[in-house]
Design a protein around this ligand. Sequence first.
Ligand code: C5P
Length: 298
Amino acid sequence: MSVVRARAAAKINLHLGVGAVREDGYHELCTVYQAVSLFDRVAAEPWSTWRVETRTEPYVDRSAVPMTNGNIVTRAGALLAELHGVEQRGDLVVDKAIPVAGGLAGGSADAAATLVVLDKLWGLRTPLDQLIELAVQLGSDVPFALLGGTGHGAGRGEIVEAVLDPGEWWWVVVPQRQGLSTPAVYRHFDDMVPDAGAPASSDKVMAALDTGDPRELARALHNDLQRPVFDLRPDLRNLITLGESEGALRGMVSGSGPTCVFLCEDELHADTVADGLRYTGHVTALIATGPAPGPVAE
Ligand code: C5P
């Protein structure tokens, strides 16, 4: 087998309820993730050492990709090799279309795709529950990235259960040139909400998903990190207002930002909203649909 490849989907948090900071420094979450069709691509070949080449779309801030061996994809590979007690290494090529430090979990998606790609390349057939254990060590949203689709996340986000999501949801995704640090956004949340209790329930979003009606989902979308993100990046408020005035059902910051996402009626509507944002806002506007599948090695 020469090259093994997989796609790595971005995620949007349809609901992000953030609770108080825990003793381990993480926040208790109640979240609903949806994987969407904005994909990085990971390809792997056998190699004697770790080598990672990262290629980026023009709107992705290349300087923000960690280029060292600390890169999350080599950490994923090293954990998988360690689990099986093998000495394998790999030559990895990561094509990034998901904005870096954008609140879309691109790095987490790459790590999840790397696990499945190397598992196939090395012929390991690791059971899913063991891959999930490795994913938990790599980051809070890597377990969801392995599963894809739509999922409910608890704990620090790593305890994931699949959610039945019969709808087809259309999003306009507006990346930003400059990313935001997730820890910095959470710290700002702590400053703004010092008395946070249990994270807000996701019941409304779960009920809206069942209806398959984008207007219902638009009403239910919720992100507790949006206020701290707006505080750090006041310009994003205007972007959300602009997208909604261009006809989006609802605009929202994705996860810890700064990417903004706009829910639309259908594909045609998403095209119209994206064109409006490009023309009036002079921004990059991408179209994505969810739920998208998790990584499959080919
Ligand atoms: O788990 P991950 O490495 O992706 O988290 C990155 C950072 O985001 C953490 O170090 C923490 O500062 C913050 N975080 C948090 N609560 C969570 C998830 C992430 O405070 N539930």
